[in-house]
Structures are given as C-alpha cells and as structure tokens.
Design a protein around this ligand. Structure first.
Ligand code: CAA
Ligand code: NAD
Length: 293
C-alpha cells in the first residue's frame, strides 16, 4: 500500500517526533491534537529538533524546509479523512484511545490503516472498536523518536499480513528498524523496562538512596545512557504509571505493582520533565534540569 499522507493524533513528545520523522521521509503529515496549545507546541518542538539536526550536519537546510512544509496542523479529526495511515499518539488511557478510534473509523475510508503508538494497551482490544480490525496494528516508536532506532510492531489477533507489511516498510523508509512481537501487556519493551524504573522508584521510596545516587549508580555501573529516574522523568511519570497499571492488571502479578511514591507524584501533577517537575526540577515544562530532586 502506498502511504503518501499520514495522520498523527497527539502533538506531545511522541506525536511531534513521529510527524518530524515521517515528514523527513517525504510523507505529508496531518498533525491533530485536541489542544491548540499542544498543536503549536508540537510544531515548535519539530522546528527546534530539525534545527539541531541541521546544526549537526545530519539534515540539509533544504530538507528541513521541505519537511516543515509537509506538516499541517489540524484542529479536527475530520481533517484526517484523506490519510492512508493514522498513527495515534494521544495519552496512555484506554478509554481515550477507544473513543478516538471509534470516531476515526467513521471518518476514514475502509482501506485506511489505523496504528496505535500505545506503550502497553492491547492492540486486539483497541482494534475491536473498529469495523476493519485486520487494518489495525501497534506501531510503537521510542522516545526521542528522531534518535531512537527501534519501532516495535505489534500484531493484534486480527491484523493482516498486508497491514503488517505496509507498516514494516514505512518504518524502514523512516530510517527505523521494525521488530515484531505478539500482543501481550506492555509488549516486550515495557514489560522489561518498566519493572526496572519502578524498582528505582521503590529504592528512593524506601530510603535506599537519593534519586541522583540511584541514577549515577545505574549510569556509571551499568553504562545506561540515562539513569532510571531521569528516564522516568523523560518518558513522563503519568505514562510510566499507566503502563505499570496495564502490566499489573493484565499479567496479574504483584511484581508489577506501581510504587506508592510514583502514584503520589502523579497525583501531585509532578509528571516529570514535560511538567517541569518530577524526580528532578526543570527550568520549565520540557526544559533543562536545574537542580537535584
Ligand atoms: N531530536 C533530534 N535529535 C536529538 C533529540 C531530539 N529530540 N534528542 C537528542 N538528539 C540528538 C542530539 O542532537 C545528539 O546528536 P549527535 O549524536 O549528532 O551529537 C544525540 O541525539 C545525542 O544527544 P545529546 O548529546 O544531546 O545527549 P545524550 O548523549 O545524552 O543522548 C539520548 C540523549 C539519545 C536521549 C540518550 O540520553 C538516550 O539514549 N537516553 C535513553 C533513551 C531511552 O531509553 N529511550 C526509550 C524510552 S522508553 C520508550 O520510548 C518506550 C515507552 O513506551 C515508554
Ligand atoms: P504527551 O503527554 O507528551 O502527549 C499526549 C498528547 O495527546 C497531548 O498533547 C494531549 O493534548 C493529546 N491528547 C489527549 N487526548 C487527546 C484526544 N482525545 N485527541 C487528541 N489528542 C489528545 O504524551 P506522549 O509521551 O507523547 O505519549 C503519547 C503516547 O505515546 C502514549 O500512548 C504513550 O504511552 C506512548 N509512548 C510514550 C513514550 C514516551 O517515552 N513518552 C514512548 C513510546 C510511546
């Protein structure tokens, strides 16, 4: 299937990254978010990250300008009607995603592919709210999208070979390495990553060490590019908590029980870097770290 125009839902960290990479790969992108401020913020993030790539000599100035001209901000879901593929990257909340896919199903032609960038939620269950579940798939990009190589491809029970082939081929054209896995809670990436991040939160909760000490131990001791609490702040603590709840409920094992400190921080609105405060404090939403936790 030829995908010329791609819709992206959610202009947060992931949606803006997906739009950025798809536009650089020559696709027209319609970027939708419910919030105007998020749409404008998404565009600014894309401009900033493309400028950085131009400065580093990774992208030509002409390619940046062409990519930016291919991205259209869309206030309404109806604006996605002409897309051959829509990648949903709204919040990690099953009710929100189900509602979005129900509406999209009514707007798009029967041939369109619907993909979710969900970190953990059942692709089979999301597909079940649409009329064409064979056209539904998980296309799980990693953060930051312009940098990370992997796209985890998750087939629901009904996903067709044609849908999988189209999405695998698009991921490769976006310069990524697609890897397939089955539809289980948290798939592979977050089933393995989140218990480690949760354990790091427990270490702080139980007073074993400060956030900075935990991060330094894991960075210098295990050669991780970011310590687990810096990474949790980077992902978003709300997203980490939602994923852990899906793992806990879906796999039925208490080893996935979210740390009470994580729950409390999310309750307080300390969602990590995107909120300006998490385990560390940042200069503002999405800003640089200014002091230790
Ligand atoms: N857009 C474009 N380029 C970016 C970028 C962005 N948003 N962020 C960083 N870069 C580029 C930088 O320009 C730099 O390029 P060069 O190599 O050409 O210099 C390169 O990436 C490295 O960046 P920095 O030098 O600024 O910083 P760094 O060396 O600390 O690397 C990092 C930053 C790549 C984010 C690194 O810290 C890292 O890999 N962290 C771990 C990220 C990770 O684990 N992601 C997965 C999260 S889990 C997930 O995504 C799944 C889920 O469902 C939750
Ligand atoms: P984010 O909080 O940065 O952005 C989410 C965006 O969705 C916001 O701009 C919000 O306004 C928008 N939104 C909420 N409800 C909406 C609706 N009904 N219609 C349209 N837009 C709506 O979140 P994010 O980190 O970009 O995560 C988005 C998705 O990607 C989640 O499913 C998350 O699990 C997944 N994901 C996140 C990461 C990560 O590291 N943060 C990595 C891979 C996958």
């Amino acid at each position: 299937m030829n995908i010329e125009t791609l819709g992206v839902i959610g202009a947060g960290q992931m949606g803006s990254g997906i739009a950025h990479v798809a536009a650089l790969a020559g696709r027209n992108v319609i970027l939708h978010d419910v919030l105007e401020a998020a749409r404008e913020g998404g565009r600014r993030t894309i401009e900033r990250n493309l400028a950085r790539q131009v400065e580093k000599g990774k992208v030509e100035a002409g390619a940046r300008d062409a990519a930016l001209s291919r991205i259209t901000l869309a206030p309404s879901l109806d604006d996605l009607a002409g897309c051959q593929l829509v990648v949903e990257a709204a919040v990690e909340d099953e009710a929100v995603k189900r509602d979005l896919f129900r509406k999209l199903d009514a707007v798009l032609p029967d041939t369109a592919i619907l993909a979710s960038n969900t970190s953990s939620i059942s692709i089979t269950r999301l597909a079940a709210v649409t009329r064409q579940p064979q056209n539904f798939i998980g296309m799980h990009f990693m953060n930051p999208v312009p940098v990370m190589q992997l796209v985890e491809i998750i087939r629901g029970i009904a996903t067709s070979d044609e849908t999988t082939a189209a999405v695998v081929s698009l991921a490769k054209e976006m310069g990524k390495t697609p890897v397939e896995c089955r539809d289980f809670p948290g798939f592979v990436s977050n089933r393995i990553l989140m218990p480690m991040l949760n354990e790091a939160v427990f270490a702080v909760h139980e007073g074993v060490a400060t956030p900075d000490a935990v991060d330094t131990i894991m960075k210098l001791g295990m050669n991780h590019p970011m310590g687990p609490l810096t990474l949790a702040d980077f992902i978003g603590l709300d997203t980490c908590l939602s994923i852990l709840r899906v793992l806990h409920q879906g796999l039925g094992d208490d080893k996935y029980r979210p740390c009470p400190l994580l729950v409390q921080m999310v309750d307080a609105g300390w969602l990590g870097r995107k909120a300006g405060r998490g385990f560390y404090t940042y200069s503002g939403p999405g800003g640089d770290r200014v002091q230790k936790g």
